[in-house]
Write a protein that binds this ligand. Sequence first.
Ligand SMILES: C[S@@+](CC[C@H](N)C(=O)[O-])C[C@H]1O[C@@H](n2cnc3c(N)ncnc32)[C@H](O)[C@@H]1O
Length: 325
Amino acid sequence: MTIAILVIVWSLALAMVMRGRLKGAPIDAGAMADPMVVEEPEPFHCASETDAAPPHANGRRRAEPTQSDCEDWQSGNISSSTSYRQSHISPGYAEYYEKTYAEGYYAIQWEQVEKPLVRTILAGLAQRGAAHSLDFACGTGRILQLHGEVFDDVVGTDISAEMLAVARLRCPEARIVEADLTTTGVSGHVAGRQVCTAFRFFLNAEPALRADVLEVLRRCLVEGGHLVANFHCNPASPAGTFYRIRNRLSGRTINNLMSIGEAEALLRTHGFTIQAVHRYGLWPRFGWRFNRMNELLLTPAETLGRQAPVLMRFAQSFIIVARRD
Ligand SMILES: C[S@@+](CC[C@H](N)C(=O)[O-])C[C@H]1O[C@@H](n2cnc3c(N)ncnc32)[C@H](O)[C@@H]1O
């Protein structure tokens, strides 16, 4: 109850600050791509264990949209020995995943905030000469399609045939490979990449898989190549704070969290140098009952965050651009 009150107070305060600033325009991508000055957030220990993944029909109520903020790898109904590799392979998952970005909060966040930001980052790398890219764990091709706009030679890999079937339709120009690079290793088309992306992956992958993937991506990249990775549950955000407290009260990890400091340390451990951090996603998704409010306030909140960057400390997601040493 206390948490709910805190979250509501936070949202009301933000809404009041934004009165008169409601514009609803897409975020200026150039402004967004200016890396924030990163102050080290307070350390927060990452989930050391694999969370359990719910099946996609996991008892959510009828109108509730798809995945939660820290999404699909939670709520304790499979064994802790199961890997994140199994997270998206159940029949029907691709359709379920697509719905997440079809309408509502996630669709608006994707179209208005995340897509322009990723576009700008990738275009910047292309301008600096990158032409060969890889989208690791490309899923249904959400990020992969943006590679196709700026790079000449684009590869997407994933282990879910169903997710890749959608990616093939969305990105006909890309080379799509069904493979787990952590077991196949680096050969053929995935070698010699100048840019690798990995979105919505590291937060929920178990530590051993994170390490294996970072090692293999380092080997896919040429020296001086760039890794662009997103992390979508910053513990300093309102949702992150809620999840952190809920995890503690329940005595188990229901939602994974990763701070900027932790993500940077992870990448450094595997031979990357951090070049930029882009924070985004200031407005939290309060749940499906508040869809309308979420949809109305998401973009203005982001605009406000660009004008008052200190607020972006509370943004839920961030993208790290790191150079392979
Ligand atoms: C949350 S989805 C993200 C999809 C896409 N990157 C995006 O942002 O929309 C995570 C993806 O990771 C894939 N995956 C999990 N383990 C993998 C592995 N070892 N190799 C390749 N893909 C993997 C899953 O099949 C799933 O498609």
